[in-house]
Design a protein around this ligand. Structure first.
Ligand code: HEC
Length: 107
């Protein structure tokens, strides 16, 4: 009986953990994110663009996380991409941030 309760409790916790991960940001596909960043964001965020150059290595991982978690990004209202795509872009920017093992400029 005790054993059964423990197994059920474990299963419930596992399910909850999986759900919370699905809704948290991060864990996206950074390769797809790079593609999406170039396609949807670089038009403005490049040296020639209206918003100026912006690269993963311009911010720390914590700074990218804060921006995307708060949603406090000046141009966000103009984005036409879905949440999954945003998460991929976030993952790309975060994984190649200034303090990541592989800081990247998007040339
Ligand atoms: C139509 C032009 C345009 C497009 C497209 C665009 N942005 Fe922006 N973005 C801006 C402008 C203008 C600002 C504000 C300028 C600034 O603060 O440097 C900005 C600011 C930002 C900032 C804050 C920069 C900072 O240093 O705080 C982030 C992050 C950002 N954009 C991400 C994105 C992402 C991700 C995409 C693609 C999904 C995107 N932008 C697409 C124009 C654009």
């Amino acid at each position: 009986m005790r054993r059964k309760i423990m197994i059920i409790t474990g299963a419930v916790f596992l399910t909850l953990a999986m759900f919370s991960m699905a809704f948290a940001i991060g864990g996206g596909n950074p390769r797809k994110g790079k593609f999406l960043w170039r396609k949807n964001c670089r038009s403005c965020h490049s040296p020639e663009g209206s918003a100026g150059d912006l690269n993963p290595a311009d911010k720390t991982q914590a700074e990218w996380q804060k921006l995307f978690e708060s949603g406090n990004i000046p141009c966000k209202k103009d984005w036409t991409i879905g949440d999954g795509d945003q998460n991929d872009i976030y993952t790309y920017l975060h994984d190649f941030a200034k303090d990541s093992p592989t800081p990247a400029k998007c040339s």
